[in-house]
Design a protein. Structure first.
Length: 419
């Protein structure tokens, strides 16, 4: 009889075995386990606990019957606090084991046993109570800088813990309660981030989390609020002229912003048309020089600050126009008397200060020569410089003090025949 005495349990101890995946055991098919008290019990040298993992070391077992080890552990917070098998180590030469994906700041119980290829198991080691380290504290100082143009500047104090290798910045918009990660910052000593492409005059909330080299994330910092810079207010009290010769002068109330850069003027030929950029200036008045009489334009004006933010264009355009042409003379008539062309007309516009007679001579069937006779102050005109058997066309124009001429009257053709 073998001198080694084996004590078999009076009944097979049936355990619910688990394969290990993370810190949550996954059930496997039940297997009968026989306890062999002659097998050596693992003797642990110690352990090292981290935030989400614990490393164990034990003395090597020289017994050739040993083929590996079982690791048992409980699950904190679970209803059943019995220790369950979480890992199988398939070599008797192994002396280390790391349990990962644990909860920070939690207590766990462990036991180790030796196993054979035949499925026998040694008496388990003493139960060890081991606690993981608490999670790294969140960022202690985090603030934001607001009133920036379509952006926000975020500042924080670099985390003092050497395990930190970066940060995750999260943002929450005023219209959405969901936190969204917007940036990942690499490097523990980095302490600044600028969030761009934001909306004008919009409220944003920010917070920051620190991350470790092994991809752990701290709790978020305190929330910091940002309001982006608003657009300059719309330009008010825009005026325009309609009585200047070939020009339109605009005026408006000065912008109230302290960091004004300039004004932009937009112009269109129709009130509902496309307003195109026309000119940039710093004063609150502008004279638009135009080459046409009675020309209408519609204007919109914006203010631009030193950050390039531009106010909205007003919904209603301001209309201006150049001075219109004088009215054309009326009741115009002409005749030849004693080899002299006599013309007369009536004034139709109080703006008129003089008249111009356009005399056109028919030099041939196809050619004509025209001259302007200016500065006529009466409403009659006599032209004795005419030749017989020659056709002459006469048109009368009103002229105002600015030299603006009316449209001409219909041409009257005069001639006389030689006897």
């Amino acid at each position: 009889m073998n001198s080694s005495i084996r004590y078999a349990l009076s009944a097979s101890l049936v355990l619910s075995l688990f394969s290990f995946s993370g810190c949550v055991p996954q059930p496997v098919a039940p297997k009968a386990v026989t306890i062999d008290s002659t097998l050596p019990t693992p003797s642990l040298n110690g352990f090292i606990a981290d935030i989400t993992s614990i490393a164990f070391e034990w003395k090597p077992l020289e017994d050739p019957r040993v083929s590996g080890y079982y690791v048992y552990r409980n699950t904190p917070g679970a209803e059943d606090q019995k220790l369950q098998r979480i890992a199988t180590i398939d070599s008797r030469f192994a002396t280390h084991f790391v349990d990962s994906d644990l909860k920070p700041g939690s207590e766990y119980q462990y036991r180790f046993s030796a196993i054979t290829k035949e499925g026998s198991e040694s008496v388990a080691s003493e139960t060890m109570l081991v606690a993981t380290q608490p999670m790294i504290a969140p960022i202690s100082f985090f603030q934001s800088v607001g009133n920036m143009p379509r952006s926000a500047k975020l500042l924080w104090r670099p985390h003092p813990n050497g395990k930190i290798n970066g940060y995750v910045i999260e943002r929450q918009e005023a219209t959405d309660q969901k936190w969204v990660a917007i940036a990942t910052i690499t490097g523990r000593l980095n302490a600044e981030y600028i969030d761009r492409d934001l909306k004008d005059s919009q409220v944003y909330h920010y917070r920051i989390k620190a991350t470790t080299f092994d991809k752990l994330t701290t709790e978020p910092s305190e929330v910091s609020k940002v309001i982006t810079k608003p657009l300059p207010p719309e330009i008010r009290n825009i005026t325009s002229t309609n009585n200047l010769p070939r020009a339109i002068t605009l005026g408006w109330e000065a912008s109230t912003i302290s960091d004004l850069s300039h004004y932009n003027i937009y112009r269109s030929s129709t009130p509902n048309g496309s307003f195109e950029y026309h000119v940039k200036l710093e004063s609150t008045s502008f004279t638009d020089t135009i080459t046409e009489d009675g020309k209408f334009y519609f204007y919109k004006i914006t203010a631009v600050d030193k950050d390039g933010l531009e106010s909205l264009q007003s919904s209603v355009a301001t209309q201006g126009s150049t001075l219109s042409k004088p009215q054309t003379p009326i009741a115009y008539e002409g005749k030849v008397v004693n080899k002299t062309a006599e013309l007369q007309w009536k004034n139709s516009d109080p703006r008129t200060v003089s008249y111009t007679v356009v005399k056109t001579t028919k030099t041939s069937w196809i050619t004509r020569e025209s001259i302007d006779i200016n500065n006529i102050t009466e409403t009659t005109f006599r032209d004795s410089d005419i030749k017989p058997d020659t056709g002459y066309l006469y048109e009368i124009l009103s002229v105002d003090k600015n030299g603006i001429r009316s449209l001409p009257t219909e041409a009257i053709e005069l001639r006389y025949e030689a006897k």
